[in-house]
Design a protein around this ligand. Structure first.
Ligand code: ARG
Length: 471
């Protein structure tokens, strides 16, 4: 069979086989649709490996040189689209090696796989891919944080209702609300960076599972790839996909955060809330209702979060109870992972562009912040400052609110005698309690007082700069 195939499509493992692979099996076992995305990582890893083999005298220096320049050419061809990966060749590794054979001849190219197996090779490729994904994800998180910090600064004095139980609770400033997401994203970035540290480990040298019988310089190969460490145990190295689980887990948490923001965008853009209007470029229409402008991006981010959770469950389940070491099950690690990377990064990118284009209706926010007795806690605090135990003050103001509800009036529409029916400690100044005082009074670090929010903006900004400086 192999003789009938052109050199570049012959199975590289065909030696012990007499009969060709069933076509359905070929399709079933192929990973090319997913791992074609790792062609650059695969070639970069092979170049490092070949250099190390040549340097150690494991293969002749000439062959190593030919392999390295041949691989660079294959990479350029693959990136320009001049060379298409062949699905019949099962995976990206065999595609690259076969193409290398076409380019430099089988004699030299056949030496590349010395002291290596596809098992340590794929483990390396997917680690390199993950490291790049971590980098771009963190970069996008930082960009979204920057957008939120800028908006927070602009809206450090703009008051809106804060909610608990989806009921208006106490007034807060919009900047404070936005900075809450900056904190979530900060933890997310930390989780990705952490995952990156554990990913930057070279499995090369683990071979199929047991290590290889050649005098490798594993550290040299790792260094060329910018990897900080080499794996400690070959069985673990070919079967470990923890770093993919970690990326998926960090992504699930990050998407969960984005889904919360998405939900607020959906709510805030309703006529009922009227807090924001999305830019036309970030909304879509209805095919039947001409008046509709829908927050589809936010809705889809909410929906896609489900898929990201599914991908996390999927990789955990793929790995569950797998015996050591490499098993072909591991090939199923990539499609869901790549989907998660694409979904998360595109969501981060769109949000960072959608938010600055959004109109915030701060007058409307402020108008509703005052309604529904949102300052009741402040009135209770007023009594507490006069020595009334807070529990009792709470009770007194509860009764006052009950009275106002029955009267159909807001707190600021009551008179001083109304107040004094509930406590003789109320004086004329209780009538001046307003939204601005309410937020300004919450002048504790982490609180919603505009001075605190401005300080938090500055801290968030320097933190961002420090991250940037640290690279
Ligand atoms: N496509 C495989 C994967 O993604 C590459 C490694 C194949 N190894 C093997 N022994 N068949 O895991």
């Amino acid at each position: 069979m192999d003789e009938q195939q052109p050199q570049s499509t012959a199975k590289l493992w065909g030696g012990r086989f007499d009969r060709p692979t069933d076509q359905a099996v070929e399709a079933y076992t192929s990973s090319i649709d997913a791992d074609r995305r790792m062609v650059r990582q695969d070639i970069t890893g092979s170049i490092a490996h070949a250099r190390m083999l040549g340097r150690q005298g494991i293969i002749p220096a000439d062959d190593a040189g030919a392999i390295v320049s041949g691989l660079s050419r294959v990479l350029a061809e693959a990136e320009s689209g001049a060379y298409q990966l062949d699905p019949r060749l099962e995976d990206v590794h065999m595609n690259v090696e076969a193409r290398l054979g076409d380019v430099i001849g089988g004699e030299a190219s056949g030496k590349l796989h010395t002291a290596r197996s596809r098992n340590d090779q794929v483990a390396l490729d997917v680690r390199l891919f993950t490291l790049e994904a971590v980098q771009s994800t963190v970069r996008l998180i930082r960009a979204l944080q920057e957008v939120l910090i800028d908006l927070a600064e602009r809206h450090a004095d703009d008051i809106l209702p804060g909610y608990t139980h989806m009921q208006r609770a106490q007034p807060v400033v919009l900047g404070h609300h936005l900075l809450a997401y900056v904190e979530m994203l900060e933890r997310d970035a930390g989780r990705f960076a952490d995952c990156g540290q554990r990913t930057a480990v070279s499995p090369l040298g683990s071979g199929a599972l047991a290590g290889v019988p050649y005098p490798l310089d594993r550290i040299y190969a790792a260094q060329q790839l910018g990897l900080a460490a080499i794996s400690e145990n070959s069985l673990d190295a070919v079967s470990d996909r923890d770093f993919i689980v970690e990326y998926n887990a960090a992504a699930a948490i990050c998407m969960m955060h984005l889904s919360r923001m998405a939900e607020e965008i959906v709510l805030w853009s309703t006529t009922e809330f009227g807090f924001i209007t999305l830019d036309d470029a970030f909304a879509t229409g209805s095919s039947i209702m001409p008046q509709k402008k829908n927050p589809d991006v936010a809705e889809l981010a909410r929906g896609k979060t489900g898929r990201i959770y599914g991908n996390l469950m999927s990789i955990l389940t793929i790995l569950k109870a797998l015996p050591l070491s490499y098993n072909r099950d591991l090939q199923e690690d990539k499609p869901g992972f790549f989907d998660t990377v694409d979904t998360l990064t595109s969501t981060l990118d769109i949000f960072a562009r959608m938010l600055p284009a959004t109109t915030f209706h701060t007058n409307r926010m402020r108008a509703v912040a005052r309604a529904n007795y949102a300052l009741a806690t402040d009135v209770a605090d007023y009594l507490a400052r006069k020595g009334v135990p807070f529990r009792e003050a709470h009770h007194v103001v509860g009764a006052l609110v009950g009275y106002a509800v029955r009267e159909g009036r807001e707190l600021h529409e009551l008179t001083l005698p109304d107040y004094q029916r509930f406590s003789p400690l109320f004086e004329a100044d209780v009538l001046t309690i307003d939204l601005v005082d309410s937020v300004a009074a919450r002048d504790v670090p982490g609180g919603t007082a505009p001075v605190q929010v401005q300080a938090a903006v500055q801290r968030a900004r320097s933190r961002l700069e420090a991250h940037r400086a640290a690279g």
